[in-house]
Design a protein around this ligand. Structure first.
Ligand SMILES: Nc1ncnc2c1ncn2[C@@H]1O[C@H](COP(=O)(O)OP(=O)(O)OP(=O)(O)O)[C@@H](O)[C@H]1O
Length: 366
């Protein structure tokens, strides 16, 4: 079969057997060769093992790994890890402690397949905001700064593929928020495909274009971000975490109220908390079903700012016996409301009914 150079092809089967435990990874997927693909799943589902197979750090019994038209594993041929053009960023930035940040970067550049141009070096330094950190030793850097150096180091290898294994997991919430914009810019500026392992749905929403979901070593979903995160039958996106993702453009900011308005479809917009984003910028917003309520008519005296006309498409059971998931259509957008069975009964909700969905602005971050 001819390889499709535009896709990242990964078919890996690997079995681990110990006295107490058997684990089998069985993944067969074609991922986009650009943008960020999030590898998502519970602890122990095989995310790191999958990444290690792509990197050549594990040798699956059966497998095919083709990246940018190059077969790294196929039939009996297996390219060792050091010959694969990969940048790998781990949970903890493992920098050489005896070298400055710059020394660590120069060391990586020697490993690059091609000479690193001054322009590329400067672009990486400025993208990760490292100008003032270059002369410091790792011990003099914060966790977030160390991780930024580690990401720069991975980029300076000029890899064909960037693997990131929970790069923010060792950082506190403030440091994560500090690094996320760098990662978002990295996705925009460099055309390197990124496989990004994470447990965090928020990180996926902010960064990923594509998602691969693993459970017990098997892929249970794969596809475009909004499509996968809206699947009602995936256990990790149901119940308390059920939600929908809307993408839109900031059309107004209110400095008085610290709110921003995002238009997500013709005539469908929501107000959320303003984080300083500019008018005209596009962003994704995750609307959790538990932050959406339903009324039969537009209640004028309400604390809720977002009232959206909607039609009921489906009413599904929830993991919690007391709750229901009401699937709504708002123009071309879908939305889910998580309400009690009692409310659905008292409002006498039915499929096809026209209602008003109320979305709490306080729950939305723009
Ligand atoms: N070196 C090893 N030897 C034996 N079993 C291992 C080894 N590393 C991982 N495993 C097992 O393989 C399975 C997959 O582990 P893996 O680290 O890939 O999961 P993960 O989804 O990345 O988990 P986490 O989110 O906790 O990092 C688990 O059952 C784990 O216990």
């Amino acid at each position: 079969m001819a390889n499709t150079p535009s896709m990242l092809r990964a078919r890996v089967k690997l079995e681990r057997q110990s006295a107490q435990h058997r684990f089998c990874l069985d993944v067969d997927c074609e991922l986009p060769d650009s943008g960020v693909t999030a590898i998502f799943g519970a602890s122990g589902s095989g995310k790191t093992t999958f990444l290690r197979c792509i990197a050549g750090l594990e040798r699956p019994g059966q497998g095919e790994v083709v990246v940018a038209g190059q077969a790294w594993q196929q039939g009996t041929s297996f390219t060792p890890a050091y010959q694969r053009s990969i940048g790998y960023v781990f949970q903890e930035a493992s920098l050489f402690e005896h070298l400055t940040a710059k020394g660590n970067l120069l060391f990586a550049m020697k490993r690059a397949d091609q000479k690193v141009s001054d322009d590329y070096y400067q672009e990486v330094i400025s993208l990760l905001g490292l100008e003032t950190l270059l002369q410091r030793f790792p011990i003099e850097l914060s966790g977030g700064e160390r991780q930024r150096v580690a990401i720069a180091r991975a980029l300076l290898i000029q890899p064909k593929l960037l693997l990131m294994d929970e790069p923010l997991a060792s950082l506190d919430q403030a440091r994560r928020q500090e690094i996320l914009p760098y990662l978002a810019r990295l996705r925009e500026v460099f055309a390197i495909p990124i496989l990004y392992v994470t447990h965090s749905i928020d990180e996926i929403v902010q960064l990923a274009d594509h998602v691969l979901v693993l459970q017990d070593g098997k892929q249970i979903a794969e596809g475009e971000l909004t499509e996968v995160l809206s699947q009602p039958d995936l256990p990790m996106f149901t119940g308390f975490d059920a939600g929908t993702i809307w993408q839109g453009q900031v059309i107004e900011r209110s400095e008085t109220w610290h709110l921003a308005q995002v238009e997500c479809a013709q005539g469908v917009s929501v107000w959320g908390r303003d984080t300083g984003i500019s008018v005209g910028q596009t962003l994704r917003i995750r609307i959790l079903a538990r932050d959406v309520s339903i009324t039969l008519e537009d209640a004028t005296a309400s604390s809720i700012l977002n009232k959206i006309s909607a039609k009921i498409l489906r009413i599904d059971p929830d993991l919690d016996e007391a709750m229901l998931l009401v699937r709504l259509q708002c123009d071309v957008l879908s939305l889910t409301a998580r309400i009690t069975k009692r409310s659905a009964h008292e409002l006498d909700l039915s499929i096809g009914q026209q209602v008003v969905a109320q979305v709490k602005s306080v729950a939305l971050v723009c």
